[in-house]
Design a protein around this ligand. Sequence first.
Ligand SMILES: [Fe+2]
Length: 429
Amino acid sequence: MTAGDGAPRHETIFTMEATPIKFGPGASADTGWELKRLGAQRVMVVSDPGVIKTGITDKVRERIEAEGIETVLFDQVHVEPTAESLQAAADFAVDGKFDGFVGIGGGSSMDTAKVADLVSTHPAEIMDYVNPPVGGGRKPSSPLKPLVMVPTTAGTGSEATSVAVLDVPDQKVKTGISHRYLRPHQGIVDPDLTRSLPQAVTASCGLDVVCHAAESFISRPYDTRDRPESPDDRPPYQGANPISDLWSATALELGGRYLRRAVEDPDDVEARGFMMLGASLAGVGFGSAGVHIPHACSYPIAAIKHEYKPDGYEVDEPLTPHGYSVIVTAPAAFRFTYEGDRDKHHKVAELLTGEPVQDGDENTLPDVLVDLMKDVGAPSGVRELGYDEDEIDDIVDGAMKQQRLLVIAPTEAGPNELAGIVRGSMDNW
Ligand SMILES: [Fe+2]
C-alpha cells in the first residue's frame, strides 16, 4: 500500500495475544478441570511413544477421565511431524468425532494436536493449510474446538504459539501451518513433568528457548514492514514490538540464569521450572515477533543429513535435535545482524549474563552464546552435525525457502550472506 505519493506506508499496528497459561508443580492435575471448563466431553489425547513410556500420558488421562470426560489416545505421533503423519492424525480426529483435543509431550505432540483439531473443525487436506508457497495457505473460517497443551519439555513453546511445524519430504522443506486460531485455549505447564528428561534433551530444548527469545528480541521492528492491504494479510510473525520484547527479555533472563543449572542437575526443580516458564514466555514472544536466521538455517541442517547421533538421546536412528540445529548458526548470525541494532545485541548479552556490557562489539553476544553452548555440552558447529564446506550451498538453498522467517531478520540476508553465516558456523570453537 502506498501513501498516494508512491511511498510505501509503514505498518502502524501490532497485536498482542497470549495463551492462558497455568503454571506450577502439580498443574497437570487440572487438565480435566480445564477441559470441562472449555466444554469438552470426548477428547483426542495426542502423545508420542517416548512420553507414553514415561507414564505421564496415562497419569494426565486419568485426571481428565476423573472429570467424566471420555478420552481416546492417538499414539502415532511422528517426532518431527510430516504432512503424512499429520494427515493420519487428522483422519483419526475426523473419524473419532471429538469435541476437544489435548497434546501431551514436546513440540511434535503439541503440533500434531493443533493440526488434528484444525482439520477436525474445518475438514480439508493438510497441504491446503500449509503456508504458501509450499501449500495452499487456507485459513480456518472460525475458531477451533477446545485445545489444551501439556508440554513435557522446556523448549518449543508450542503451547503458546499459533504455529505447527512440519516436514514436507517430497519438497525437501520444513514449513508450517500458522494461524491465530491454532493458538491453544489453555497451556498447562507443570515442572514435575520434566524430571525424567535426559540432560542432552534439557540442553537442546533450553538452547532453543534462548534462540527463540534472542531472535525475537533482535527481529526487524514491526513498524518497518509495509502495511498489509487487509487485516487478513497481517502476518503472525509481526517483528519486534514493545510487547514481544517484554516476553523475550524475561525468557532470556531465565535462560541465562537457569539453563546451566537445569542441565547439571536433573533434580533441580527450581531451575527446570523456570526453564519451562521461560519456554512458554519465549513462545509468546516469538509467536508475536517471530524467529529468523538461525531458525531458517536450522531446518535444512536438520533435514538434509541424518548422521548426528546425540549423546544422551534415547533414539535408534541418528537425529539432529532441533535446539542444536538452531544454536550452531546463532553466534555467526548475530555477528552478521549486529549493525542492524547494536543496542539490542548488547541487551541480549546483558540479559543472558546478568552483567552490563561495556565496550561491546559484534563479538560480544556471539561470545556469550558460545560460552553457554560449551557449558551445556552442545555440538561445536555445523561440521559436528555432519556437514563440510561442500554442503554449504545446499543448506543455503533450504534456508532461502524460509522467506516467512527471513523477512523479519533485522539485516537483510540473501544467499551470499547466509553462505557466510553457515561457513562461519562450521566450528564455533
Ligand atoms: Fe525453535
